[in-house]
Design a protein around this ligand. Structure first.
Ligand code: PMP
Length: 314
């Protein structure tokens, strides 16, 4: 979905900068950066960023987990990202703030580098229809072990593992792959999304004891499910249990809720009452409808009204 839109703009540290990053940048050479993916939606009252603060808190946590030095706090990050979103002039977009270093030096001690925020924005089509169901395989490539990496951090370098699993799944004729926790052997998540199962009306997602990114969409869906009176559980999930589920879906900021049509050779029933109900609730929430919590949507100022505001950022 995101790849359909053209990359629109880059704002680094509040100022427009050359899009080019020095090729020798440590972030390019070693994948040393932490990032977020945030959706901007066209709502009836104008463009808004969905769960901006939760994403930025996770960005700060990711930086802390890796020991990345930087000069931002939640307030300054919020200002930078809203500025970048406003400056794009878009109202439907994927917004990616990245704490990276532009310094073209080698070395693996992150304390030696200065990290700055850059925000890349991809336009998304306005007719953003719900995604079609996907077919998934169980990948031979596990998620990083918690003994290898702080698995709660969203870091650029670890996406090589997601790329490995997705590339292999695609070559094998699947849309995505379920990755396991290497220590427990249980289901962790898909390559860039969390996993949900519905069993006898109960919603289950792998618990955070396994190698799972604590997805913001995962949290949104758990909250909406409770609001709808659906029983929820964060629990250990064995790969062998996947075909026994009545419904399965994936969650992530970029695509929202993605129904799973089949896992390996097992095909799920085409009727997905719980997935459909949650998809509707999610869509309402992101577009500012009925079940939306006002704190989940951060308005983005219109570019015409924000020119001086943009220039004021240091
Ligand atoms: N796991 C991984 C590895 C991801 O890249 C993503 C996408 N950010 C997710 C889960 C879902 O997280 P979120 O709902 O916060 O987008």
């Amino acid at each position: 979905m995101v790849t359909k839109g053209a990359s629109h703009s880059t704002v680094v540290d509040g100022a427009w900068q050359a899009r080019e990053l020095p090729f020798g940048s440590n972030s390019v050479q070693h994948g040393t950066a932490v990032f977020e993916g945030i959706r901007m939606y066209a709502t009836p009252t104008g463009p808004a960023l969905f769960r901006l603060d939760e994403h930025l808190e996770r960005l700060l946590d990711s930086a802390a987990l890796l020991g990345i030095p930087h000069a931002y706090d939640l307030t300054s990050l919020r200002g930078h990202v809203r500025d970048a979103a406003a400056a794009s002039g878009l109202d439907n977009a994927y917004v990616r703030p990245v704490l990276h270093t532009r310094e073209p030096r080698l070395g693996v001690n992150l304390q030696d580098f200065q990290f700055t925020l850059g925000t890349e924005i991809w336009a998304l089509p306005p007719d953003d229809t719900p995604p079609p169901a996907v077919r998934v395989t169980v990948s031979p490539w596990c998620r990083p072990s918690r003994l290898t990496f702080p698995v709660r951090a969203k870091a650029t370098g670890t996406y090589v593992v997601s790329a490995l699993a997705r590339t292999r799944a695609s070559a094998d004729g699947f849309d995505d792959a379920i990755q396991l926790d290497p220590n427990s052997g249980r289901v962790a998540e898909a390559t860039i999304a969390n996993v949900f199962l519905v069993r006898e009306g109960r919603l289950v997602t792998p618990w955070l004891e396994d190698s799972v990114l604590a997805g913001i969409t995962r949290d949104t869906v758990l909250t909406l499910a409770r609001d709808l009176g659906i029983e929820t559980a964060e629990a250990p999930v064995e790969a062998g249990e996947l075909p026994a589920a009545d419904e399965m879906f994936l969650t992530g900021t970029a695509s929202g809720l993605v129904p799973v049509a089949a896992v390996e050779s097992h095909t799920y029933a085409a009727a997905r009452p719980v997935t459909d109900a949650l998809s509707r609730a999610y869509r309402e929430a992101v577009l500012g409808g009925g079940t939306s919590r006002s704190s989940w949507l951060t308005p983005v100022p219109h570019p015409d009204s924000s020119t001086s505001y943009l220039r004021g950022v240091s």
